[in-house]
Design a protein around this ligand. Structure first.
Ligand code: NAG
Ligand code: NAG
Ligand code: NAG
Ligand code: ZN
Length: 493
């Protein structure tokens, strides 16, 4: 629906060149703002089950209402053509800020497990309406990029039934595939990739996530990798990952921040979870799960089971929100621990896709397209190993991670050619440049990012958040016009 008097976003740039239409825009905006300010200060979201159309409408509404701190995009489509919408929340959201970590929350991968889907909508509301009002939330938005995908299985959701606590109706996607068994498996096993799965994989390739959680129902527990054991795929036994210490810490933080998950909520008499957490394979092995896929691709993901009843009635939703709110917020805060930094070449240009390992932890992770890396670590002493195509392998000095701090370490890699030139030079006994006499393995060096004026190997606490200038006036005006357009069109969107 379009109104002829309202400038549309596509007219926006043109209108900026015309004073009269700019004035019209501003007047319109003022009018709309004045009427709206009184009635709506908050984004409004009721505690109810939201259909796919309502969910989409709400996400668009938030995006238009909070254009400076939200970005909306679809990562693909379900089999039946529903967009898979992600709302990105950060301040500012429209440009990349070096070393700001990205976190994702995914709901409703099983279409009939709906509590996460609704909680994520409420989390969106909580974050956007508390930004600039609540210090904790403001700090989260100014230090973190949060991506929220409330449903990855909208087709399954449409088949599921309110009040159906236990059946599998609506669990699968439109082609009857369990999406949480559809991810490429480390052993090479692979079902035919579904569009929803492919969308997540593509999304993970386009952005570098540090931390992630996926929300389910049918139990009340946090489940962490591995979900299966290599070579013995069906054995029910603890399958310890090399980052088990970190995963247990993450899982415990969620369960302990939750109202009662840590007291072991037993949905079934035989099912007990000490402290409200479990290793995946120790509970039941899962093949092709999203969690292990994430971990093997550099993202630390946990799986959170939110409710005994998979599709509770709407009147239970406020209670689930109250029980999980703190845990959902704390999980966003926890990303600032361990080590982070930049991988660069000798001319300080970022090296993307470098492969990193912490000490003997064999699951690696990669630098982002901006050369950034992050890894969550508990307090202790570690070394970092870096491999990048065309560069000499690098191994850091031991560094110490302290509690609730993040260790900053930038690494300058040495090109193989320059290393071999240095080597040849050394053999010839010449005296060119500073490389002479260095041994090749030691040619790489740790450096400091000049822009942040940090001494080499400095502890950077959360308080040192990145400060940035705000969007330019012209952009702001365009956004405002967009916003005004939306408000005028009202419920037609
Ligand atoms: C977005 O940011 C600009 C620049 O600071 C500001 O003028 C504008 O009011 C903000 N818009 C909204 C909707 O908050
Ligand atoms: C700010 O938000 C945090 C996190 O949700 C909450 O614990 C705290 O009580 C809020 N502060 C105020 C003053 O409302
Ligand atoms: C969880 O982590 C947050 C962020 O580090 C911290 O503030 C909170 O105290 C932790 N809570 C528990 C119960 O471990
Ligand atoms: Zn599930």
């Amino acid at each position: 629906m379009r109104s002829s008097v309202v400038p549309t976003p596509t007219h926006c740039l043109l209108s900026l060149h015309s004073w009269s239409s700019l004035l019209t825009n501003l007047l319109l905006l003022l009018l709309v703002a004045m009427t709206r300010m009184q009635s709506r200060v908050e984004a409004e979201l009721d505690f109810g089950h939201h259909s796919n159309i309502e969910l989409r409408k709400y996400m668009r509404y938030v995006n238009l209402r909070f254009p400076n701190i939200t970005k909306l995009h679809s990562i693909g489509e379900s089999v039946e053509g529903h967009p898979l919408l992600v709302l990105t929340i950060s301040s500012p959201v429209h440009r990349h800020i070096t070393l700001r970590p990205h976190i994702k929350y995914i709901g409703n991968i099983h279409g009939n497990e709906v509590v996460g889907r609704e909680l994520l909508l409420h989390l969106i509301e909580y974050l956007v309406t508390n930004y600039g009002r609540n210090r904790t939330i403001t700090r989260i938005l100014e230090t973190t990029v949060i991506h929220i995908l409330p449903t990855i299985n909208p087709d399954g959701y449409e088949r599921a039934k309110v009040g159906d606590c236990t059946s599998a109706t609506g669990r699968y996607n439109r082609r009857n595939v369990d999406l949480n068994r559809n991810f490429p498996d480390i052993s090479g096993y692979q079902e035919k990739l579904q569009p929803e799965t492919r969308a997540v994989i593509k999304w993970m390739q386009s952005d570098t996530f540090v931390l992630s959680a996926s929300f389910h129902g049918g139990a009340v527990v946090v489940n962490y990798p591995f979900d299966q054991r290599q070579g013995d795929l069906t054995r029910i036994a603890y399958s310890k990952s090399p980052d088990d210490d970190v995963f247990v810490f993450l899982a415990l933080n969620y369960s302990r921040s939750h109202f009662n998950m840590h007291h072991s909520v037993n949905c079934f008499p035989q099912e007990r979870f000490k402290d409200g957490i479990t290793n995946g394979a120790a509970w039941y092995p899962v093949r092709g799960g999203m969690q292990d896929y994430n971990y093997y691709h550099g993202v630390m993901e946990i799986t959170v089971e939110l409710s005994c009843c998979k599709f509770p009635t709407a009147r239970d939703l406020p209670d689930y929100w109250q029980k999980n709110k703190k845990a959902l917020i704390n999980f966003l805060l926890i990303v600032h621990m361990g080590v982070k930094g930049l991988i660069m070449d000798e001319r300080r240009r970022p090296i993307a896709n470098a492969r990193l390992n912490v000490g003997e932890r064999y699951v690696s992770f990669r630098s982002s397209k901006y050369g950034e890396y992050w890894r969550l670590l508990l307090p202790g002493t570690y070394i970092l190993k870096v491999k990048a195509t065309g560069f000499v392998d690098y191994m850091s000095q031991p560094f110490r991670v302290r509690s609730r701090e993040i260790y900053r370490m930038d690494i300058m890699m040495t090109r193989e050619e320059s290393a071999s030139r240095a080597l040849n030079g050394a053999f010839r006994g010449s005296n060119q440049g500073e490389a002479t006499g260095h041994d090749v393995a030691g040619a790489s060096s740790t450096v400091t990012s000049s822009t942040e004026k940090l001494p080499s190997q400095t502890q950077v606490t959360l308080k040192m958040s990145e400060r940035v200038s705000i969007a330019q006036i012209t952009t702001a005006n365009c956004l405002l016009v967009t916003w005004a357009t939306f408000l005028t069109l009202g419920s037609h969107l």
